[in-house]
Design a protein around this ligand. Structure first.
Ligand code: FMN
Length: 402
């Protein structure tokens, strides 16, 4: 227990008992309107009981047209949901664990079949993964998005959450705005000539949340350190983004990787195409010829961009961010052992470590790290079945404990 991992740490007025963050993980535990159900409560109760330092929920949509394509996604778009979320935050707070709601708008990374509304983005280009043609977002729609995020944060606060995390990573709407590859707007929300970033929407959402919830309500952000869309984001645009977040005084910065265009690079590890063809609404087919052609396409044209799993695979981004800001930095991606976490913090490469799959595999992972004197290795084998099953409509679970 005398490991640095178990030293307490402060983020935006919250005291975390240790440096271990449960990173956002889609729960698959909400009804068709996005109300969290009893499985959602049970999940967070069990994580809070088992010594995790801070919980970040899976992404909650801020509006119907911002829904992701996965059924059973939770949402935070109306005050009617406050009571259901209140049950969760009350349960988690019994164990003195802060819980942060991740709030998101999918932009072009969704499908019309699910949202039943216009798909909006800062580009008219489809994502290679979702292949849905977005409409270029107009000024009043931008205003609406700002209001939706601000309203979501206010509702989260009313429901007892300790803060929100704005999802500006993984290619979702705010990430689309950030990048020249996916932002062709010519107004103030477009790409800045000097930084090559489109930060204005993120900035206005941050300001609107702080104004609506009061300045002390913690607002965290999740970003991607780099991507596979063509040009190099890291280090130049990355540095500008960190300087911007630093100037705004975000309460913590979590650094992940990529967009859903090459989704596997967010996770790394195995790709189970059979599961994809069985559950993913984009690839769903019983037609063997179609299936063969899609497999051929993925194996021939897409797989060359896949990056292999390696431990702590996003740590270099966190390390660089720490040289540019004093805001708490959370590195997420590929942490699988106590020594990896300990070394990253001891070497000042990150302040905290976020994990998703190790907690799906072992909800008591933090407790096990605390109880083990030497190293402890996660049983997660990066099979990624939990990831592909997000499209199944079932709650997220581990399908093959290593
Ligand atoms: C099943 C599953 C669901 C996820 N859902 C989300 C999500 O809702 N929001 C998000 O930002 N990241 C999500 N992630 C990504 C994780 O937060 C994390 O960035 C990624 O899995 C790498 O961390 P890991 O190696 O500890 O799993 C999800 C990951 C998994 C495995």
């Amino acid at each position: 227990m005398d490991s640095i991992i178990f030293n307490s740490y402060k983020i935006g007025g919250m005291t975390l008992r240790n440096r271990i963050v449960r990173s956002a993980t889609f729960e698959g535990a909400a009804d068709e309107n996005g109300n969290p159900n009893s499985k959602y409560i049970a999940l967070y109760k069990s994580l809070a009981e088992k010594q995790v330092g801070m919980i970040i929920t899976g992404f909650a949509f801020v509006s119907g047209n911002g829904r992701a394509m996965q059924r059973a996604q939770a949402g935070i778009d109306t005050s009617k949901k406050i009571l259901s979320y209140r049950k969760i935050t009350d349960e988690v707070h019994k164990h003195n664990v802060p819980i942060i709601l991740q709030i998101a708008h999918s932009g072009r990374q969704t499908i019309k079949k699910v949202t039943n509304s216009k798909i909006i983005s800062s580009t008219k280009k489809s994502s290679v993964y979702f292949r849905q043609k977005p409409s270029l977002i107009n000024d009043s729609e931008i205003e609406e998005v700002i209001m939706q995020f601000s309203n979501a944060a206010y509702l989260a606060k009313e429901a007892g959450f300790d803060g929100v995390q704005i999802h500006a990573a993984h290619g979702y709407l705010l990430h689309q705005f950030l990048l020249p590859e996916t932002n062709v707007l010519k107004n103030k929300y477009g790409i800045d000539k000097k930084t090559h970033l489109g930060i204005k929407l993120l900035e206005e959402i941050f300001d609107s949340i702080k104004a609506g919830c009061d300045n002390s309500f913690p607002v965290l952000v999740k970003i991607s350190g780099d991507h596979n869309l063509g040009s190099n984001f890291f280090p130049d645009q990355f540095d500008h983004l960190i300087s911007f977040l630093d100037g705004k005084h975000f309460d913590a910065i979590e650094i992940s990787y990529g967009t859903m265009d090459y989704a596997i690079n967010i996770f790394r590890g195995d790709l189970d195409l059979e599961l994809v063809f069985k559950h993913n609404p984009i690839f769903l087919t019983d037609n063997p010829i179609k299936k063969y052609l899609m497999k051929f396409y993925i194996n021939t044209f897409i797989s060359s961009r896949f990056i292999d799993f390696s431990p702590a695979y996003n740590l270099r981004y966190a390390e660089r961010a720490k040289q540019l800001t004093t805001i708490p930095v959370i590195s997420v991606g590929g942490f699988r052992s106590k020594f990896e976490i300990e070394n990253a913090i001891n070497n000042k490469q990150t302040d905290l470590v976020g994990m998703a799959r190790p907690f799906i595999c072992e909800p008591d992972f933090a407790e096990k790290l605390a109880a083990t004197d030497g190293d402890y290795k996660s049983r997660c084998i990066n099979c990624n079945k939990c990831v592909f099953m997000c499209d199944s409509g079932k709650p997220t679970i581990c399908y093959s404990k290593g």
